[in-house]
Write a protein of this length. Structure first.
Length: 285
């Protein structure tokens, strides 16, 4: 009987419309060992109930998505407070997860506010991360900076490369700041191999996410991700790089795709871990 790879983690966004309880229940039913959660379903269930559901399930917790959005000066105070709440939630869920859970808060930078430049937006991001880092460190949480593909630079993430994320992490200088290696966002970067090795050497790979890139992109480019093996990404090479760089944690599949979301949740989950096994799991150490 084929089972999900032991390091496979379902990012809940892959079955977006399932409730937290449904997502956790399906993971248990299908033998999935780990889950990455989003703050909105956790809020809908309530943090206390979410903690109980996770603890009772025996699943590991691989990440919380998401914090960040620290680039707009008008919203600075509110954004910092929201990130503080996200840090607290991440710590609580990591404590509730099974042994091997990771207290990782994925940080999406934010876009370019009206009247700003990309350089100004990146500087505000760095200032916010520097302010939050001591609080994250005290809570045992890693702020995982996630570079997004450059097509999202104006409205969602002024961090476009792993190198930019690592530059911020190094300047902030806190062990609580890491980076996400998301295949969908970094596969195109000619410097990705060097930057993954750099991240590994510094102990800053906080998460590895696997989903595929295929063109043509849909009209809504947020929904352009595919399951591993459905596009052009060389998962053998990228996974080998991450392995060689010392990352041994869970590997999430996070797919925003309307066709996958339209499937019954159980079918979508089964297809997700089967494609992961075939195209990513075979390359994991």
């Amino acid at each position: 009987m084929t089972l999900p790879h032991a390091r496979f983690s379902l990012n809940q966004a892959t079955i977006k419309h399932a409730s937290l309880g449904e997502a956790i229940g399906l993971c248990v039913e299908q033998g999935v060992a780990s889950i990455g959660l989003w703050r909105e379903p956790v809020a809908e269930a309530g943090l206390g109930r979410s903690v109980r559901l996770l603890r009772d399930s025996g699943l590991r917790f691989s990440s919380m998505c998401r914090g960040g959005f620290l680039t707009d000066p008008k919203d600075r105070s509110a954004a910092l407070d929201e990130n503080r709440r996200a840090i607290e939630e991440t710590a609580a869920l990591a404590a509730a997860g099974a042994r091997g859970s990771a207290a990782v808060l994925v940080m999406v930078a934010g876009g370019i506010p009206e009247g700003s430049t990309i350089a100004e937006a990146r500087a505000r991001l760095e200032e916010g991360v520097a302010e939050l880092a001591p609080e994250a460190e005290a809570a045992g949480v890693t702020l995982a900076l996630e570079p997004l593909h450059p097509m999202y630079a104006s409205d969602r993430a002024v961090l476009s490369t792993l190198g930019q994320a690592l530059d911020i992490a190094e300047r902030v200088g806190s062990p609580a700041v890491g980076a996400v290696v998301d295949a969908f966002h970094v596969w195109w970067d000619p410097d990705v191999a060097a930057q993954v090795r750099r991240a590994g050497a510094a102990g800053r790979i906080a998460s590895y996410q696997a989903c595929d890139w295929r063109t043509p992109l849909p009209a809504d480019v947020l929904l352009s991700r595919h399951l591993p093996g459905g596009g052009v990404i060389d998962f053998a090479a990228l996974t080998a790089l991450v392995n060689e760089s010392g990352y041994t944690g869970d590997v999430e599949v996070e797919v925003f795709n309307a066709e996958l979301w339209a499937q019954p949740y159980g079918e979508a989950l089964r297809e997700t871990w089967q494609t992961f096994n075939a195209h990513v799991g075979v390359h994991l150490s």
